[in-house]
Design a protein around this ligand. Structure first.
Ligand SMILES: Cc1cc2nc3c(=O)[nH]c(=O)nc-3n(C[C@H](O)[C@H](O)[C@H](O)COP(=O)(O)OP(=O)(O)OC[C@H]3O[C@@H](n4cnc5c(N)ncnc54)[C@H](O)[C@@H]3O)c2cc1C
Length: 412
């Protein structure tokens, strides 16, 4: 498979771009092997773009940029083990549709479903649920085309290797397929309502413990919810306030038949999880140890109400269980995730830096796909297996073929 002339690539929101010398859209693992050999022959760096939904410079390269849009679909179903193997470029919504036909479901999902499986799962993407891990924790195996051209077939037999690869941000090689643990199909019952911030904090533990999924958006001003296209829950509000309120959401598994009202919905799992966003914000999100969640959200709320009053995108607050992946933001740490966003036309850097300073007090770890300020030493300090990961990465990719400047700083 030949390389084509490259060009401009930009991410979904438009805050990251690169100009690559070459590009290619392989349609098989054999194509990937040939392309890696060609990059090696020309001594060019190589990266893969998923759907470009990361806000950080995790994709860009001036060498060869691959898209796996021709490497999509279900490759294998193992009903007995509740596992499916999908090509790495398959979009999460395509996985959802295929699983529905098979009477199966993903264990959990995030706020959108347009990402490529390899892109989303290997940055540690998560949904919400006190007892539910991030998406990577459901990865049972994967095939990676290494810099040497060999294909590394990872399964559960080498747990260390699996836990290294689950969250690896494309630095070990090009993933051609992933095997995912799934569950029997389930319907979800979604309920939305609005409450004031203090009530939300009082009910925080109980709501998280008693629902499969609980999360909320805190909105400093009434306009906030429009910025994230949140539904208008004033009609089901238990507060008379229109600002400084939380838009709350719970989801639970149910056998009840599909139904949809403005504020409640019952449908097949994958049809309930995603919500709508328009590309107009730059998001920072950190995983905060669960026990510090309420303090952290109070502190960031104070920051927004006192110092950065022009930053009015909602705070999003969710829950994720700890997992063993070496570079997972939730590595052996049950967490809440707290995200804030800067909007267009605003110099939001001081706001993001102040939020970072607050969240770092709690040893929080950032989402690899969302804005953060970590350097080499921060990664070493926050991730007990960081040096093991770097050593493995150097062994599998000694020339750093799959790095760019951003990833070299963090994981080189
Ligand atoms: C509107 C919006 C909503 C979001 N909602 C959530 C959410 O609810 N929860 C959450 O946790 N995150 C969320 N995110 C973040 C998003 O899920 C992650 O940034 C995710 O990594 C994006 O997936 P992608 O397919 O776009 O990957 P990209 O951003 O294109 O790539 C991510 C990384 O994966 C690498 N990669 C991609 N494919 C391969 C491959 N085949 N082999 C090796 N490396 C590969 C890329 O090189 C890059 O390093 C959201 C982002 C946006 C913009």
């Amino acid at each position: 498979m030949a390389l084509e002339k490259g060009g401009l690539w930009r991410n979904w929101v438009g805050n990251q771009y690169c100009v690559s010398q070459f590009k290619a859209a392989p349609s098989s693992e054999a194509d990937l092997v040939a392309l890696v050999a060609e990059a090696d022959r020309r001594d060019l760096p190589m990266r893969v773009a998923g759907s470009g939904h990361s806000f950080t410079p995790v994709v860009g390269t001036n060498g060869v940029l691959l898209t796996l849009e021709n490497l999509r679909g279900l490759e294998h179903v193992d009903r007995a083990r509740r596992q499916v193997t999908v090509a790495a470029g398959t979009r999460i919504n395509e996985v959802g549709k295929a699983l529905k036909e098979l009477g199966l479901s993903l264990i959990n999902q995030g706020d959108i479903d347009s990402q490529a499986v390899a892109g989303a799962f290997t940055t540690g993407t998560h949904g919400t649920g006190l007892r539910l891990g991030n998406l990577a924790s459901s990865v049972a195996g994967m095939r990676i085309v290494l810099a040497s051209g060999e294909v590394l077939d990872i399964d559960g037999r080498d747990q260390d290797l699996l836990h290294a690869a689950q969250v690896s941000i494309g630095t070990l090689g090009i993933i051609s397929s992933m095997t995912l643990n799934v569950v029997d199909a389930y319907n979800l019952h979604e309920k939305l309502w609005r409450d004031d911030f203090d009530t939300c904090m009082e009910r925080h533990d109980e709501l998280a413990a008693n629902h499969r999924h609980f999360g909320f958006f805190w909105c400093p001003v009434p306009e906030s919810r429009h910025l994230y296209c949140l539904p208008d829950t004033t009609a089901v509000s238990s507060t008379s306030k229109i600002a400084d309120v939380c838009e709350m959401k719970v989801l639970d598994i149910t056998d009840a038949a599909p139904m949809q009202t403005e504020f409640e919905k019952i449908a097949y799992s994958s049809e309930v999880y995603p919500i709508e966003y328009v590309p107009n914000f730059v998001e920072l999100e950190y995983a905060v140890p669960l026990e510090h969640g309420k303090d952290a959200v109070r502190a960031v709320r104070d920051l927004m109400l006192t110092k950065h009053t022009n930053c009015i995108y909602p705070i999003e607050y969710r829950f994720t269980a700890g997992d063993p992946a070496w570079m997972s933001p939730f590595h052996h740490q049950d967490s809440i995730t707290l995200s804030v966003s800067g909007g267009p036309g605003i110099d939001y850097w001081a706001y993001l830096r102040d939020t970072d300073a607050i969240l770092r007090r709690y040893n929080s770890r950032p989402h690899w796909g969302k804005m953060h300020f970590l350097d080499t030493d921060d990664v070493t300090q926050l991730y007990p297996r960081a040096n093991d990961f770097r050593e493995l990465r150097r062994r599998l990719d000694p020339k750093g073929r799959f790095l760019n400047d951003h990833l070299r700083l963090l994981l080189g």
